[in-house]
Design a protein around this ligand. Structure first.
Ligand code: TPP
Length: 675
């Protein structure tokens, strides 16, 4: 398939459409003009002009179905918001971060649009990250049997991000309904395109198997009108995604913090001014006799007046008063508050069996649960066999192998979650989660918060983690400390089969993303085996479990070290050396401060033990809180046990030097008991 460079054979555009197109261009123009006044007044924290991109940002959405099709836009797309019909006032409230801003209530940056009604999904300011969730949303629409399509866009610079390539790959492989719109203005801030790629963006897309087009986005609307309706219909009809690279011009500075005269010559600026799409459209409207000059004057005056009045109204609003900035970090809608007494349906199961049963039950209960990950499909059913039998029972549509691309695994989940599904995805080893970190930190985590509670990204990200069974440096990581630092993710870490099932079932019913850590050394370990709780057993997050009561010292722990602490506590008791209480946090975010403080205030001594490295391990947080809130009750310093600040070595004897052991836990306890 050759990339198609459009032949400008003009199609007749009905007058009504030309008129609507031209009017919308003027609306965009006057919104930009008024925004520039706010910039001069110092009222806009960030401003990115769409001048020069308007033909694309008006023309493409106009040919799509407002309120039906979905939009994943980027920070230079005010004109898309205008075209979709966001009111001028809402646009200015968003730009000014004022009270009543429906985009984000003032928490998100200006130029980041969001509207449930317009299916305009809350943006982040990151370049290129929107492409994967856009593909995820398209996957959800396909699963729903909808004929809606997804518009996903950026500048040409952002297409150098790996997530752009991954999104082309996934969308093409599954023939998903996405229209990729690249607006190539030749610059990424000051960087000319030659520094981005030796290829052409439409050729790159073609390499991934998409029909790809290269159009002048400042020329004639006729060309777009000729291509787009048929192309959009093909995408609706399931023929797969397509990409259009539009050559546009950036008539203004990159943003309000930039001065493009530093890197563009006066001649160049004069030249691009000749390609102003609004002037070109106006010339066409005049020459075709559609409007006369006086009619244009009237139209301009009317639109300017409407825009200015809306701007003033928005400007009369204060910054958000009394807005609780914490209210949308997590949804308040929780599936369970109290842990029920389980009945047991199986005498003894491993953690693998318990998680597998939990997933199966939740999939039977909720048809919106969909899973993917590397190797998770039957017959293998995951490298640890956790998902075994689930493809056989629920089919590939609900349990399927993914491409080997972690950013995709998470990014697609973000979009599907936003569009109404409950993805349960697997990261094969914690050490390999990092390609997905950008999606997790900047796209998924802030979604609910940045949209003032309108959009969310529910999902369960199951991750095999931990050492002790010959994993070496790339198969043994503990990552709870990293993710505990990101507002918006729950982090849970079961240490036995019963908790694994109960916590998983809760995770699968949460409205927000959950990292579900599965210690591979506990998957089949005897001490982690328990009776299997019934299908109604849910464990609320943030409720610790006292594994063992004691009076002389508390060990606060989670994951693999729970079992080390229990073994040491049992031995010490048998030796008559002390009575040690062991508290298993089970969930890291949120963690059960009440249970920990209550115990420490009783025993007056505490060791915090975990498998992760000591420095900045989550134990540092726990220890700090205990020091602050239990200081008056402590008879000894707060002690910590964790791994060396080192990667986990491969040779078994070297691994022992790094990871905590019963010996290191015992040493810490015995030291404190001497105080
Ligand atoms: C991941 C990420 N890296 C860097 C930035 C900073 N940044 C913001 S805009 C921009 C240039 C983007 O240019 P392009 O994609 O061509 O879009 P344009 O602004 O020209 O429309 C950069 C580097 C960012 N927002 N996100």
């Amino acid at each position: 398939m050759a990339t198609q460079v459009m032949d400008v054979t003009e199609a007749i555009v009905p007058d009504k459409v030309v008129r609507e197109f031209y009017e919308k261009l003027l609306q965009c123009y006057y919104v930009e003009e008024r925004a520039k006044v706010f910039v001069k007044q110092g009222k806009l924290a960030f401003y990115a002009s769409t001048r020069g991109h308007e033909q694309v940002q008006v023309g493409v959405p106009m040919l799509m179905r407002t309120g039906h099709d979905w939009f994943y836009t980027y920070y230079r797309e005010k004109s898309v918001a205008v075209t979709l019909g966001m009111s001028y006032k809402d646009i200015f409230l968003g730009l000014l971060n004022r009270e009543g801003d429906p985009n984000s209530e003032g928490v998100n940056m200006p130029e980041q649009w969001s509207s449930e009604e317009l299916k305009l999904v809350a943006q982040s300011a990151c370049t290129g990250t929107q492409y994967l969730p856009a593909v995820g949303a398209a996957r959800a629409l396909r699963y729903d049997g909808s004929d809606a399509i997804v518009y996903a866009s950026s500048g040409e610079g952002a297409t150098s991000e790996g997530e752009f390539f991954e999104s082309l790959n996934w969308a093409a492989r599954e023939k998903l309904p996405v229209l990729f719109v690249v607006q190539n203005n030749g610059y990424a801030i000051s960087v000319p395109q030659k520094y981005q790629t030796a290829s052409k963006i439409h050729d790159i897309a073609e390499g991934f198997g998409l029909p790809a087009y290269n159009l002048d986005g400042t020329g004639s609307f006729e060309t777009m009108y000729q291509l787009l309706p048929g192309l959009i219909q093909d995408i609706r009809d399931g023929k797969g995604p397509a990409l259009i690279e539009f050559n546009v011009v950036r008539l203004d500075h990159h943003s309000s913090s930039d001065d493009h005269r530093k890197y563009r010559s006066a001649e160049e600026l004069d030249e691009v001014a000749m390609r102003d799409p609004i002037l070109r459209a106006e010339a066409q409207v005049l020459s075709s006799g559609l409007l006369t000059e006086p009619q244009i004057e009237d139209l301009r005056a009317k639109i300017k007046d409407e825009v200015d009045r809306a701007a003033e109204e928005a400007d009369s609003h204060p910054y958000p008063q009394n807005y609780d900035v914490m209210q949308h970090v997590f949804s308040k809608d929780l599936p369970v508050e109290e842990e029920s007494e389980p009945t047991f349906v199986n005498e003894r199961v491993s953690m693998v069996q318990a998680i597998n049963a939990g997933i199966r039950e939740e999939m039977q209960r909720n048809p919106k649960i969909v899973m993917w990950g590397e190797d998770i499909q039957d017959p293998k059913g995951g490298v640890f066999g956790v998902t075994k039998g689930l493809t056989d029972e629920f089919g590939e549509a609900r349990c399927v192998n993914s491409a080997l691309a972690e950013a995709s695994i998470l990014g697609i989940a973000g979009g599907m979650g936003t569009a109404g599904y409950m993805p349960v995805i697997e990261i094969q080893f914690a050490d390999y989660i990092w390609p997905a970190f950008m999606q997790m930190r900047d796209e998924i985590a802030p979604m609910r918060w940045r949209s003032a509670g309108v959009w969310g990204c529910p999902m369960v990200c199951r991750v095999a983690c931990g050492g002790y069974i010959k994993g070496g440096p790339w198969h043994s990581a503990n990552i709870e400390g990293f993710f505990a630092n990101i507002p918006g993710w729950y982090v849970v870490y079961p240490s036995c089969a019963q908790d694994a099932k109960g916590l998983f079932k809760t995770a699968a019913r949460m409205k927000d993303p959950v990292i579900f850590l599965e210690h591979k050394g506990l998957y089949r370990a005897m001490p982690a085996r328990t009776p299997e709780p019934d299908e109604n057993y849910l464990i609320p997050f943030g409720k610790a479990k006292t594994r063992r009561s004691g009076t002389d010292l508390t060990v606060v722990t989670w994951g693999y070290t729970v079992h080390q602490a229990e073994a040491v506590a049992n031995a010490l008791e048998a030796e008559g050396k002390g009575s040690v209480e062991v508290i298993d946090l089970r969930s890291i975010i949120p963690w059960d401060k009440q249970a920990v403080f209550e115990s420490v205030r009783r025993t007056n001594r505490v060791v915090v033990a975990h498998e992760d490295s000591l420095t900045m391990g989550f134990g540092a947080e726990v220890a700090a809180e205990i020091s602050q809130h239990c200081f008056d009750h402590l008879d000894a310093p707060v002690a910590r046990v964790g791994a060396e600040d080192c990667f986990v070595p491969s040779a078994v004897n070297l691994e022992r030097q790094v990871l905590p052991s019963e010996d290191s836990v015992r040493l810490a306890i015995e030291r404190l008991l001497k105080y």
